[in-house]
Design a binder for this molecule. Structure first.
Ligand code: OSB
Ligand code: MG
Length: 368
């Protein structure tokens, strides 16, 4: 395809409720959208970088800068290209996977729209809907948490993930088990808040039959996770540590995790995400689709990915209303605990123009 330009668009999306994790509290999502314009189509990408470099080293202003100065110029320098060539053209630029993923997503969407194929079909989806979990932030009190979890279960969510940190781990998990029973699919996510010295405390979670504990230790502490996995019974799942199919394979070989959270933004795009899926399937390792509080654009692609055969656990693919009172696309609505894959070309959804205009804080056109 031949790009005629790329638009970088910043939007500000207020969250329906503050979302607190071990690394901070979000009340509003500052999102960078990438629009790739070609002769016969346009495609949308969503960058999952957050406002500050607290989940990973990437952050929105950094993504804008690297896209403008390095990624877009490199992508177009070699003349016309296909979506499957994007990662190769961008590879000389180190890191910046979230920025690269957004650009590849926009180009892939444009290509698929012009060819009349959906993300699901392109990635290899085998279901037309996916089971959904919900990620529940750290709260000020246990009663507040129980209200939130009860509300989500009433809405039909099929799996609950509790954010944890030192001082907010065993008690909230125990309270949720006592109130809602042993049948609820329950897991926890520490976002790197512990060290190996906390192994005994984390082993106390063994009593609650959790599906998994996500990223207890530092992003770079892969060996620490392998050691921890021998000291606790709860299966270890990696999120932050997995940034490519290669390091997923390494983490599995080292015994650092038994389950993988796949987030396309974190690993440089949907095509690399599929390769991680393939590595895990080949080794019989379950995967699930993580989330980064995406708008309907990223959600559409995540739901398509989550419909691949190896995604055997419910993902953080919640309905639009769990995050935003007004999404920028037609909202994703929970149906019997599931979200349906859009089936139109490309993402199968597009921004609602009025809504997009309301939330836009800046736009920049990069001609090529
Ligand atoms: O660690 O999975 C995470 C949100 C932002 C950054 C990191 C994480 C999360 C979530 C929410 O847990 C996932 C979602 O519902 O999109
Ligand atoms: Mg996580």
């Amino acid at each position: 395809m031949k790009l005629t330009g790329v638009e970088l668009r910043r939007i500000a999306m207020p969250l329906v409720a503050p979302f607190r994790t071990s690394f901070g509290t979000e009340t509003q999502r500052d999102v960078l959208l990438v629009r790739a314009v070609t002769d016969d189509a346009e495609g949308w990408g969503e960058c999952v970088a957050m406002a500050g470099p607290l989940y990973s080293s990437e952050y929105v202003d950094g993504a804008v800068d690297v896209l403008r100065r390095f990624l877009v110029p490199r992508l177009v320098a070699g003349g016309p290209f296909g979506a499957h060539e994007v990662a190769g053209r961008l590879a000389p630029v180190k890191g910046h996977r979230m920025a690269k993923a957004a650009l590849e997503m926009a180009v892939l969407d444009a290509e698929l729209r012009s060819e009349g194929r959906s993300f699901g079909r392109e990635l290899g989806a085998v279901h037309d809907r996916v089971p959904c979990g919900v990620s529940v932030g750290i709260m000020d009190s246990v009663p507040e948490l129980l209200d939130a979890v009860g509300g989500y279960l009433d809405e039909g969510y099929l799996r609950i993930k509790l954010k944890i940190e030192p001082g907010w781990d065993v008690e909230p998990v125990r309270a949720v088990r006592e109130r809602f029973g042993d049948e609820v699919l329950l897991q926890v996510d520490a976002n790197t808040a512990y060290t190996l010295a906390d192994a005994q405390q984390l082993a106390r979670l063994d009593a609650f039959d959790l599906l998994l504990i996500e990223q207890p230790l530092d992003e770079e502490d892969v060996l620490g996770h392998a050691d921890l996995a021998k000291l606790i019974r709860t299966p270890v799942c990696l999120d932050e540590s997995i940034t490519s199919a290669r390091d997923a394979a390494a983490a599995l070989r080292l015994g650092a995790c038994q389950i993988v959270n796949i987030k396309p933004g974190r690993v440089g795009g949907y095509l690399e995400a599929r390769r991680i899926h393939d590595v895990c399937v080949a080794q019989g390792v379950p995967v699930w689709c993580g989330g980064m509080l995406e708008t309907g654009l990223g959600r559409a692609a995540n739901v398509a990915l989550a419909a691949l055969p190896g995604f055997t656990l419910p993902g953080d693919t919640s309905a639009s209303g769990r995050y935003y009172a007004g999404d920028i696309t037609e909202p994703f609505v929970l149906d019997d605990g599931h979200l349906r894959l859009p089936d139109g070309p490309g993402l199968g959804v597009a921004p609602l123009e009025d809504r997009l205009a309301e939330v836009t804080t800046a736009t920049e056109w990069l001609p090529v």
